[in-house]
Design a protein around this ligand. Structure first.
Ligand code: NAP
Length: 679
């Protein structure tokens, strides 16, 4: 690490020479270096992102950017050892570092794979199906999403210097938006190292990534409506930044992930000695000690049936007695330090404030045994359990966040009270429920979901594979209402859309189909002289249509299919019983037979570029099809997804079966894999 941390702006590394602030090793208290952003031209950084990084990213498709994410993830993973080595200075144990480093890198992998599976290989994302907005279908509507044309500014908290950066970068870059990362100063040395490797990897085009180590200067004065800010940190800072004039004036998107008094509820059904009771104790202790409790998602309020408070307190004490606090690099240490001495003072102060409303039933604010380090020089603190005997009367226990290994126990009588206590947190990132009773689970979920971004239900059936209360996952939403900031990150592709503009487009089906890269019913069709199954991926065009022959289905066909498949459901086999069914006039053909017979009409039998049928989607049977009816099939190329890394692509065919009266019998999409032209 260099002595003065550097920012990365407009393709250059930059070290501020004045206005430096020192940064410390959290375990030893030794000075690690200094940080300053003096001399950075923040407006020019935003312009560089908008004019250089943005256009380069937008030239590519979602799949191409997704592949870049994967390449960068592999590059970082290959260098994880140096991140682990530096991470120890933040006070993190090996397990804490694993969450931060490998958890962060895995977010890149997940977004890469989701981007390729769930987004088109295109520059525009279609949000939902076309909307029917005219009587005859010549004027239609479609929602599309395109990348914002500004910069995404990520302001991150100190507790996860790697994950905090990567969980925001993954959806941003996949969306096609350049980012400016601003890590929290106290642990920015680890972010800077990882960022350096990201630039070194060359995985993303110039201008896609910039870094500010130190203050943000006049950055907030230059935002436009195309920029987006994703803030993580304290509610006070977040609110102040959200109210900056340029943010308000330009309606700059501002997402806030703030502090949160997350709760964990022990269900009324859970007795000491049961698996759920043990799981609860384990989870509360885990959440207190991982990252020394410096997790925005940690359990701050343990809500338990009042008559089990003593049993829970006793079990927590027994488990916490086994926690070994100390230098995380020393064998046997299970909880490291806080990120800085300042942070320790902050936590102690919050615990003192909590003491007015709750009594300490475990832990101390005085000095205590620390393994392998000087307990005063390093930012060590003992785990602390508080008990509040009047949780409805004392708001402090729902308001004061001690951002360390601190949790408050509170009792309830009846599930309704548990729900009320959970809500007193005024909006949280996450809550967890420990119960083996489905009814209790439903009551608690419906009672508290509106106040949470995520709820985790843990019992003996899922505990082994559970990712736990406090782990945000790239697939699931991270964020929460009210006090938690009202923001939302990740949640799979939902997180990507936060960096895109959703626009409603209206026009003719042909034109909208061309714009969005997906053929829309009513759009132009071209009947192909040559069978489309004989064409390579590149040669098939949207709207290409098969002129398929017709087929009249007989009663013998239906009986043959019933015999052959074994499906002898009465509606196909028994005239009287079928006619008694309000949907049918008599025996009907099997839906599966109709779909199979339709395939017989549109498939070309010879070997050719079509490699496989890999599924049907959105299948609906709309009109009964009777023996004696004649089927017609419309089979139209609806969407093509070119696969960057394979020698074949995916083609989706809009399929509609009608009868002799032009009534729609069935609609669905057929999905095929089609070979690329040999090069
Ligand atoms: P903080 O003081 O609000 O700092 C958060 C970030 O904002 C840091 O990068 C900080 O940079 C930056 N910042 C502070 N003042 C700024 C300003 N005037 N202009 C631009 N940037 C500014 O928060 P903290 O006390 O360090 O972090 C702990 C809090 O974060 C806890 O309350 C915790 O609950 C919350 N948190 C929430 C989540 C979540 O996802 N919801 C995750 C982690 C933590 P400097 O470090 O350079 O000041």
């Amino acid at each position: 690490m260099t002595n003065t941390l550097q920012s990365y702006a407009m393709g250059q590394w930059h070290a501020g020479t004045s206005g430096t602030a020192p940064i410390y090793n959290a375990v030893t208290g030794a000075t690690l270096g200094q940080v300053s952003s003096d001399g950075l031209d923040f407006k020019a950084m935003l312009d560089y992102a908008r004019n250089v990084g943005g256009p380069a990213l937008r030239r590519e498709t979602f799949h191409q950017r997704a592949i870049r994410l994967k390449e960068m993830a592999k590059y970082l993973m290959a260098r994880k050892d140096e991140f682990y080595a530096l991470s120890a200075a933040t006070g993190a144990t090996k397990m804490d570092s694993w969450i931060d480093i490998e958890g962060g890198i895995s977010t890149l992998f997940v977004y890469s794979s989701k981007g390729r599976r769930e987004m088109p290989n295109d520059q525009v994302y279609l949000d939902g199906n076309p909307e029917q907005i005219s009587r005859h279908g010549t004027f239609t509507g479609q929602h599309i999403c395109v990348p914002l044309e500004g910069a995404a500014v990520h302001i991150n908290a100190f507790n996860f210097p790697c994950w905090g950066m990567l969980e925001k970068l993954a959806p941003t870059l996949l969306a096609g938006v350049p980012a400016i990362v601003k890590p929290a100063t106290s642990t920015s040395y680890l972010t800077e190292l990882m960022f350096r490797r990201m630039i070194e990897s060359g995985c993303f085009p110039e201008g896609a990534l910039q870094l500010i180590c130190g203050r943000t200067g006049d950055l907030f004065e230059h935002f436009t409506c195309q920029d987006a800010v994703a803030f993580t940190g304290s509610a006070a800072t977040g609110k102040m930044l959200a109210q900056q004039p340029a943010v308000v004036e330009n309606s700059t998107r501002f997402t806030m992930e703030a502090d949160s008094l997350n709760c964990s509820i022990l269900g009324v059904d859970v007795e000491p000695g049961s698996p759920e009771f043990d799981l609860y104790i384990k989870e509360v202790v885990r959440e207190m000690t991982v990252k020394a409790g410096q997790k925005c998602t940690a359990i701050r309020r343990a809500i338990v049936p009042a008559d089990r408070i003593d049993a829970v307190a006793e079990a927590l004490r027994a488990r916490l007695n086994k926690v070994v606090v100390g230098d995380p690099s020393v064998e046997g240490v299970t909880m490291g330090s806080l990120a800085s001495l300042g942070q320790r003072e902050e936590v102690r102060e919050r615990v003192r404030e909590l003491s007015a409303a709750a009594e300490m039933v475990y832990g101390t604010l005085d000095s205590f045994d620390v393994m392998g380090a000087d307990g005063e020089k390093g930012a060590f603190i003992s785990p602390v359990v508080m008990h509040c005997s009047d949780p409805f009367g004392r708001r402090e226990v729902h308001d004061i966040e001690a951002f360390g290994p601190v949790s408050t126990l509170m009792g309830y009588n009846g599930t309704e009270e548990a729900i009320e206590l959970a809500k007193m947190g005024q909006g949280s990132l996450v809550g967890s429920i420990f119960t083996h009773d489905d009814k209790v689970a439903r009551e608690l979920v419906l009672g508290t979901a509106a106040w949470h971004g995520r709820l985790v239900l843990i019992n003996r059936d899922c505990a082994k594979e559970s990712t736990g209360h406090g782990s945000p996952l790239p697939h699931m939403i991270h964020g929460g209402p009210g006090r938690a900031g009202g923001g939302e990150e990740m949640g799979g592709i939902r997180g990507v859309l936060h960096y895109m503009q959703r626009t409603a487009i209206q026009g003719s089906p042909s034109m909208l189909g061309h714009v969005g890269g997906r053929w829309i019913r009513g759009g132009k069709q071209t009947v192909q002289a040559e069978h489309v199954f004989k064409k390579y991926f590149e040669d098939v065009q949207l709207g290409d249509t098969i002129d398929a022959p017709e087929r009249t289905v007989t009663l013998e066909d239906v009986e043959h299919f019933a015999e052959f498949s074994g499906d002898k459901f009465y509606a196909h086999m028994n005239e009287e019983a079928a006619a008694a069914n309000e949907f049918f006039e008599g025996r009907v053909a099997h839906g599966y037979f109709i779909v199979s017979a339709a395939a017989g009409l549109f498939v070309h039998p010879d070997p050719g570029p079509v490699l496989a049928n890999y599924g049907l989607e959105n299948l609906r049977f709309l009109t009964p099809f009777y023996p004696g009816d004649t089927m017609k099939v419309s089979f139209v190329c609806k969407q093509k997804i070119n696969r960057e890394t394979d020698n074949y692509g995916e083609i989706r065919w809009d399929t509609e079966i009608t009868n002799q009266n032009d009534e729609v019998v069935a609609q669905y999409d057929v999905l095929t894999l089609v070979a690329n032209k040999p090069s």
